[in-house]
Design a protein around this ligand. Structure first.
Ligand code: ADP
Ligand code: ADP
Length: 222
């Protein structure tokens, strides 16, 4: 599903080069939970940003289901990302002026879908993540675990092939983090969505089908 060939990303800072990704070659299967572990500064965020088309690599090719993103224009990649990818962040990135269901609907409305359909899908997903009682509340009133459930529902609303999760348990206590991972596992099994979790939290591996380790810009399968 994901194929990466000779991927490198070099940042130049004050005439010094940082090789954030160093000739990564990898093929990742569809429908799995994949975790990418590694210490801070090893290149995990850079890898996520390049594979989701948010950042451009210095060298190499990236294919998502035979669609090469590395030879497309920024607009084409942005459109591809909106249709095929969802995102979950450490600090949830919810929009504070919108309530729970409005946050979940937003990516669907941005994709120019009908309001009524978005409302139906958002309700269905909020029930699935256990927030049927909180659909119309202000997001500032949610606990960390609830906020992450909202962001998971938002990530899934366009039925993406891939959901990228950047430290999804990083801001949560152990118990809540485990509940979020259980939910991701459940959604992976029932919907077949691939989740790629970038983290330094080793407990994520327990929920993963494949585990990769990033070290100094090099990626290897465990
Ligand atoms: P993480 O929590 O994933 O380790 P980082 O703190 O490494 O995140 O990076 C956060 C953001 O800052 C990323 O978008 C990354 O690209 C950017 N960043 C990291 N290091 C630098 C740097 N030396 N100069 C500029 N931006 C950086
Ligand atoms: P991680 O997510 O594993 O913490 P990052 O991908 O954020 O690692 O960073 C990998 C390396 O690239 C680090 O040395 C970081 O300082 C550097 N880096 C990341 N983003 C930038 C940037 N925008 N400019 C310069 N250096 C960066």
């Amino acid at each position: 599903m994901i194929k990466v060939e000779d991927l490198s990303k070099i940042y130049t800072e004050r005439a010094k080069e940082v090789r954030a990704l160093d000739n990564v070659n990898v093929e990742m299967n569809e429908g799995e939970i994949i975790s990418i572990l590694g210490p801070s500064g090893s290149g995990k965020s850079t890898f996520l940003n390049c594979l989701s088309g948010i950042d451009r690599p210095t060298h190499g090719k990236i294919f998502i289901d035979d669609y090469e993103i590395t030879n497309k224009s920024d607009n084409e990649v942005t459109e591809f990302r909106a249709k095929n990818m969802g995102f979950i962040f450490q600090f949830f990135n919810l929009i504070p002026v919108l309530n729970v269901i409005e946050n979940v609907k937003l990516p669907m409305l941005i994709n120019e879908q009908k309001e009524k359909l978005a409302e139906e899908k958002a309700k269905e997903l909020l029930i699935k993540v256990g927030l049927e009682d909180k659909m119309n509340v202000d997001v500032s009133t949610l606990s960390g675990g609830e906020a992450q459930r909202v962001s998971i529902a938002r990530a899934l609303i366009n039925e993406p092939k891939i959901v990228w999760a950047d430290e999804p348990t990083g801001a949560l206590d152990k118990k809540t983090g485990n509940e979020i991972l259980e939910l991701i596992k459940n959604l992976n099994e029932t919907k077949g969505t691939s989740f790629i979790i970038v983290t330094h939290d080793p407990k994520v591996t327990k929920f993963s089908n494949s585990i990769y380790l990033m070290e100094s810009g090099k990626l290897r399968k465990q």
